[in-house]
Design a protein around this ligand. Structure first.
Ligand code: 5GP
Length: 192
């Protein structure tokens, strides 16, 4: 998605540790016009697919997924990061290691909100090692629902998550794939 790549080139900030900061338009301040274009693009890429619900993870996935859900005319559910796992069986749970915070979270979704047989699209802001996406897919499988695909705004293609998930047969659609970045030189390469 050319508009997104241009915006990353203009406003993205490269940080040590292979972190790309996009606080100016995606992760803190959100450019809603751009979010709408992102929603349209996901709708185009998953055209013809039945999507009953969108699943994302708090916090930075929520705003994006809410806008994307408008284009699919469906509800959005977000997995919550939880300090205490409730064991009474009414929650779906997964463990997710945070790439940016380097810690493991238990994430939960109420079983009420993902129903057996529902067709679910996973949406997230970034893909690095694929831990967040894999955790969200586990919640869907445990609910007896179906994963239609995984839509990612920015995939860091030099980290293995996206390729691993594609190799496992998942449909991963990323709107911009970064193949390399150098925080010292301030350069970023996108996949064509
Ligand atoms: P993964 O689970 O694929 O390793 O990492 C994906 C998650 O980590 C995303 O939900 C995102 O919040 C965060 N993340 C990973 N890499 C970056 C990055 O370069 N920049 C930002 N802002 N977040 C990232």
């Amino acid at each position: 998605m050319e508009l997104l790549k241009e915006r990353i080139r203009k406003d993205g900030v490269l940080k040590p540790g292979n972190v790309l900061k996009v606080d100016n338009f995606l992760n803190h301040q959100m450019d809603i016009k751009l979010m709408n274009e992102i929603g349209k693009e996901f709708k185009k890429r998953f055209e013809g697919e039945q999507i009953d619900k969108i699943l994302t993870i708090e916090a930075s996935g929520i705003g994006i997924a809410a806008i994307v859900a408008q284009y699919f005319d469906c509800n959005m559910v977000f997995a919550k990061k939880s300090k205490s796992i409730n064991l009474d069986g009414d929650m779906l749970t997964a463990k997710i290691e945070s790439f940016t915070h380097k810690r493991v979270y238990d994430v939960i979704v109420s079983k009420k909100f993902i129903n057996p047989g529902e067709k679910i699209l996973v949406i997230d802001d970034f893909m690095a090692n694929g831990c967040a996406a894999r955790g969200l897919c586990k919640l869907i499988v445990d609910a007896g629902a179906e994963i239609v695909g995984i839509g990612i705004v920015i995939e860091k293609g030099f980290q293995s998550g996206g390729q691993d998930l594609r190799d496992q047969g998942f449909r991963v659609e990323s709107l911009a794939i970064v193949d390399g970045m150098d925080d010292e030189a301030g350069t970023i390469q996108f996949r064509e």
